[in-house]
Write a protein that binds this ligand. Structure first.
Ligand code: ZN
Length: 247
């Protein structure tokens, strides 16, 4: 779906913001969403307005540099949204949410990139988790940049989600699917865990889900791994070196 005209985008943003709050995919003042407009500017949620009470007239219009053209102060993660539009010409809507089960699962050491249920592949593709960056700073788009280029659904460590789409409905469906998947994964973890779907069947699902291989599954695409690399355990390294020294 192409970019939206301003009045449609204002109405959609207010509706989706209320829905996100109503379904507890973000707190009242958390998260933000935006839509690419046909004239090359962007409509986004304002800073500090209750998501459950958002009105079309509250929506802020900014240019590609983030300068406000109409309305009040834009959301605090605007730089993240603009980085997504710059990286992905196919993306016309961005939602940053704070989905509680997805955040909890990541905090508990769960890997959302594991494919435990088939539907996640169709709704989200591969769910990536980007390393921690300080919210509302330019560190967020800097750290998330390589992920935005490669994935449609991302979690930022100890913070929240980013879902992209060709339109706002798709970005919302992906946020909803992320949280629903995390609810299943959290529950199964509490019940003792489950084995992932075997790799050959995951390949089959991806082949069914998308006619073309997504970027993150293409060799040489330069995409970051979907999970942050585990930090090297220095004590283990020293123990190995000491053992080698004794040989
Ligand atoms: Zn946030």
């Amino acid at each position: 779906m192409p970019a939206q005209d301003e009045s449609t985008a204002r109405r959609q943003i207010a509706e989706v913001a209320r829905e996100i709050y109503g379904r507890k995919l973000s707190g009242a003042s958390d998260g933000n969403l935006s839509v690419r407009l046909t004239n090359g500017t962007f409509a986004t949620t304002p800073s500090g307005v209750h998501k459950g009470r958002m009105r079309p007239e509250d929506v802020v219009i900014v240019d590609a540099a983030g300068k406000t053209i109409g309305g009040g102060k834009p959301s605090s993660e605007l730089a993240l949204h603009l980085a997504a539009y710059q990286a992905r010409p196919d993306v016309n809507a961005v939602i940053h949410g704070h989905p509680p089960m997805a955040i909890a699962y990541q905090l508990a050491g769960g890997k959302l990139s594991e494919v435990l249920v088939s539907e996640v592949v169709f709704a989200c593709g591969l769910i990536a988790t980007a390393p921690y960056s300080t919210p509302t700073t330019l560190q967020v788009p800097e750290v998330l940049g390589p992920y935005l280029r490669c994935y449609d659904v991302m979690l930022m460590e100890r913070h929240g989600s980013v879902t992209l789409g060709p339109d706002l409905d798709t970005a919302l469906v992906r946020l909803d699917a992320l949280e629903h998947t995390a609810l299943i994964y959290c529950t199964v973890k509490m019940m003792g865990g489950a084995q992932p779907i075997p790799p050959h069947e995951v390949d089959h699902l991806f082949a069914l889900a998308k006619p073309q291989t997504p970027l993150y599954r293409q060799a040489g695409a330069g995409c970051p791994a979907p999970e942050p690399q585990e930090p090297v355990d220095e004590r283990l390294v020293q123990a190995v070196l000491a053992a080698l020294g004794r040989r």
